[in-house]
Design a protein around this ligand. Structure first.
Ligand code: ZN
Length: 390
């Protein structure tokens, strides 16, 4: 899903191309795209585009006549620039916005059509689309801290929750946590001030770095290669590939459609986070799909029953030391042995822990990889209750 850096660059290029221009036609063969019926889309035709702004991960167009068009690209929605009157592609094409000097085409790959358009009258109506998260690049450390600590969540969840932060999704949260050297399952309630400062710096530097990179890549053109997976990302989408800092194999936690990527050496003090068991333990603090979550407002908070809370509380304690394997950074033979440990950890029963036999990683700070024997299956027994930070 296009996140803050991608959406910001889209908006810059849309502004350069369309501000002050008049929409001469709107074509839309897809019956699912436009989610509002009053005012009707035809009211936009003949109106001038006054500007664009970002609202979370949405692109908002301002037209004459106090008309506001809210576009959410969701996961696979993309914009393309074509010649005037360019045809709408058969399977991919959702809509075309015609201008005299060219056509803006909206496409969406895949069978699930989730991208949406809402047309509303008056700026106040935009409030319905504002999830309430703070703008990560417009706040200071104190405001960041306040937003981050408002609820006790896993860091992955806190960063990607649009009610807490605006515009951060699955891809950049992985990158941010990597640069902050923090675990995705670290609880916000257990963060020290130095962690918060590190995270704050990582949020800013990561989002700014990528916005600049994407802007330079696009230049005067139009963003054609918008993707959540970029070869120069450190960990996101790089499962099994070497961490750019320490060379350890990047690991993952899979949950429904999402995959969290992290470096077990740089971020979790050498611990491998057990995949299936962890996502089960975190089920209520982990969206089934971060992207789908955008569509259901506050569903997680509301659906959380007292019984589920108990599971989460238990889960967080176990996640610290229990549902982890120390194989990753400690395994001998380099990067790939970590994967074996990951597999063992996943095969193990939910609460079991795979323990390294020789030198367990006691420090959470990154250091040179420790070499130990491979964890025997017999070691998959007891879960230590408390250990350093996750
Ligand atoms: Zn690393």
């Amino acid at each position: 899903m296009p996140e803050l850096p991608d959406v910001s660059v889209y908006i810059e290029r849309l502004s350069a191309r369309l501000e002050g221009r008049t929409l001469v036609g709107f074509r839309c063969p897809s019956p699912f795209l436009v989610r509002t019926f009053d005012p009707p889309m035809r009211e936009l035709v003949g109106k001038r585009v006054l500007g664009f702004r970002r609202l979370g991960k949405r692109i908002v167009w301002r037209f004459e006549g106090e008309l506001w068009l809210v576009l959410h690209l969701m996961i696979a929605g993309r914009l393309r620039w074509g010649t005037a009157g360019a045809p709408i592609q058969k399977k991919l094409g959702l809509a075309a916005f015609d201008f005299e000097h060219g056509t803006l085409l909206l496409t969406e790959a895949g069978t699930k059509k989730r991208a949406s358009l809402h047309l509303v009258r008056g700026e106040a109506a935009l409030g319905d689309f504002d999830r309430g998260g703070v703008e990560p690049l417009e706040i200071d450390l104190a405001e960041f801290r306040e937003a981050l600590l408002r609820e006790n969540r896993t860091l992955k969840r806190a960063l990607t929750d649009p009610r807490i932060f605006s515009g951060i999704g699955n891809a950049y949260s992985d990158e941010i946590l990597f640069h902050a050297q923090l675990s995705p399952v670290q609880r916000t309630g257990q963060l020290k001030q130095e962690h918060i400062e590190r995270l704050f710096d990582a949020v800013r530097s990561t989002l700014e770095l990528w916005t600049t990179r994407l802007r330079e890549e696009v230049g005067d053109g139009f963003p054609e290669k918008v993707t959540a997976f970029r070869p120069d990302m450190a960990v996101h989408g790089r499962y099994k590939q070497p961490c750019p800092v320490c060379g350890t194999s990047v690991q993952r936690i899979r949950h429904a459609e999402n995959e969290v990527n992290y470096c077990p050496r740089c971020q979790t003090g050498g611990k491998l986070l057990a995949d299936r068991s962890l996502s089960r333990l975190l089920k209520s603090d982990w969206p089934r799909s971060i992207d789908e979550l955008e569509e259901r407002q506050d569903a997680i908070a509301e659906s959380r029953s007292p019984a589920t809370r108990a599971v989460i509380a238990k889960g967080s304690a176990t996640a610290k030391g229990g549902a982890t394997a120390k194989g990753g950074a400690t395994a001998k033979g380099g990067a790939t042995s970590g994967e074996h440990a990951a597999k063992r950890a996943t095969q193990a029963k939910p609460k079991a822990a795979a323990k390294g036999t020789k030198k367990p990683a006691t420090s959470a700070s990154p250091g040179p990889p420790k070499r130990t024997e491979r964890a025997p299956r017999a070691a998959l027994k007891k879960a230590p209750t408390k250990r350093g930070r996750p």
